[in-house]
Design a protein around this ligand. Sequence first.
Ligand code: GDP
Length: 364
Amino acid sequence: WTSGNTAEAENSIRELAALAETAGSQVLDGVLQRRSSPDPGTYLGRGKAEELRAIVEATGADTVVCDGELSPSQRRGLEDMVKVKVIDRTALILDIFAQHAKSKEGKAQVELAQYEYLLPRLRGWGESMSRQAGGQVGAGNGMGSRGPGETKIELDRRRIRAKMAKLRREIAAMKTSRVTMRDSRRRNAVPAVAIAGYTNAGKSSLLNRLTGAGVLVENALFATLDPTIRRASTPDGREFTLADTVGFVRSLPTQLVEAFRSTLEEVADSDLLLHVVDGSHPDPESQISAVRSVLAELRGDVPKEIVVVNKSDAADPEVLNRLVLREPQVIVVSAHTGEGIDKLLDLIQDELPRPDVEIDVLVP
Ligand code: GDP
């Protein structure tokens, strides 16, 4: 469903399809519905939902993914129409994050985000009672089961809140050890560079190029959830750490912004940020603003940013020119061919803080 411009909606749907593939699904077909606002009952509206049902039957699809956030009643309304499972963008993204979290902290954060997503979706009273019996989270037996159903939901809620509190405590403890490690790197005065950027922009590939390390590169969204930290050096031989951070996506679920926190902190605490952009994408500008809006969460703590336009080998020169004119500090590279990498290293060298110079300033 969209109320905005069609090109934007198509972009978003393409990304949704890529997300679904990353989650391990095979994408069969898509429909776009144009309305001024989503239908409160079925999200798409009856006519479009029937069209969707025909597609589901023809293709044998077992799941419908909606590019937006569905209310519990919209999800059920649409499920009743299409007769297969319906999920929304947030649920899909949460699923991918759950699959890709590697560290303990990353896993705990995703679990917390999943509970946050689930909590308001546990059915309360007042909404479509008769359907509640079949709802996924243990309701009573429909009409007349008011008491037990309510109690059950209250119990579920309380249990979930208790689990969330436990997860928060665990995350806080893990964070302390991560911060200690970071502090020790900082004490050794190794400057830190963070790589951030839209998912699939080529962050891992660039990290490989710059450090020669064998980091996993996947043509999939979110290959990296937890920050990977490697050592690299500038042409004049100074060492720095390079942290590859998570891939950003359009309409990142709010529940996940918190899960991103550790990655964001890695960015906030670095001396320099390489914002990697996929130059071969039709609309890199929208990806740049999606990343910046998440980085704005850092509230003023964003380090100096170099926009690294990657995939020059596959990019339209006009798009590259447009980006070069638009961004104040920008460099065009190809992680694949190596084009521009030496220049990027020179630029990193120029931009890194110089400890000797800083010490001079401190001496009266
Ligand atoms: P990440 O999600 O930002 O870490 O991106 P990856 O490094 O995993 O790369 C995503 C996809 O883009 C992979 O299929 C890479 O092979 C491809 N890729 C990365 N850098 C380049 C490049 O310079 N040129 C081209 N043509 N493809 C690239």
